[in-house]
Design a protein around this ligand. Structure first.
Ligand code: SF4
Length: 234
């Protein structure tokens, strides 16, 4: 599909689903777009969309990027949700070994070149994961603050349509959904981690801070690159 066609499609989708709830929208999109793929970090709020997806089709394709720097609690949580929700199609992507050996042989690239580290460990694996996908789902929400406060429902990113089904949900909506559906929480949430990524770049959040304030704390960096980068093959 060409660029202008994608722009038109995004515009149409934003109009068509502006008043839909997330479950019905996902159900409809799954029927209309066979390559629809969800990307999940299995972080603090991920269970909401994973639960909805599991009700539509337990074999729905879900991409998980294991950067090699994740908390063991996140890997355990992935297994818990996989089992409890019956998710049967989680595809795990990892950084290319030769690229890690070239750019991050000592595992400390995040200290002085975090953008390159994110590219090696997140952006490049995701580019492979989405190579045959034109439309993918994220769990981003406006209330998460920072660069996310004016997110649209559908957006165009690197010649793909990106869907943010929970964009207008509040913190309270997420908590209520967890309660109503008896969803297990990520084990680090009770320790103050409201947004959970790699170990070296994630800290707990203090009361009153944005949920993502604990990510890359003290740096100007606010996103890992998968939401603001042009995917490239290296
Ligand atoms: S979040 Fe930190 S450790 Fe993880 S890929 Fe990015 S810079 Fe590297």
């Amino acid at each position: 599909m060409k660029y202008l066609e994608l722009v038109k499609l995004v515009d149409e989708l934003n109009k068509k689903y502006s008043a839909s709830d997330s479950f019905n929208m996902l159900n409809s999109l799954a029927r209309d777009f066979p390559d629809l793929t969800m990307v999940s970090s299995f972080g603090s709020e991920s269970a909401v969309l994973l639960h909805q997806i599991s009700k539509i089709d337990p074999a729905f394709p879900i991409v998980f990027i294991n950067t090699g720097k994740l908390f063991n609690e996140t890997l355990d949580y992935k297994d818990t949700l996989k089992s409890e929700l019956g998710l049967s199609n989680i595809k795990i992507y990892q950084p290319k070994l030769d690229l890690v050996q070239k750019e991050d042989p000592y595992g400390i690239l995040h200290q002085n070149k975090p953008d390159l580290c994110c590219f090696v460990r997140k952006v490049e694996p995701l580019s492979r994961a989405l190579a045959n996908t034109k439309i993918w789902i994220t769990g981003r929400k406006r209330f998460q603050g920072s660069d996310r406060s004016d997110l649209p429902l559908f957006e165009l990113d690197d010649m793909r349509v990106k869907v943010n089904p929970l964009v207008s949900w509040s913190r309270e909506d997420v908590d209520k959904y967890f309660r109503e559906h008896h969803l297990p929480k990520h084990p680090l949430v009770e320790k103050g981690y409201l947004s959970i990524g790699c170990i070296p770049c994630t800290t707990p959040v203090k009361p009153g801070e944005d949920p993502r304030a604990g990510r890359w704390r003290g740096q100007i960096k606010t996103e890992c690159g998968i939401h603001n980068a042009t995917f490239q093959q290296v």
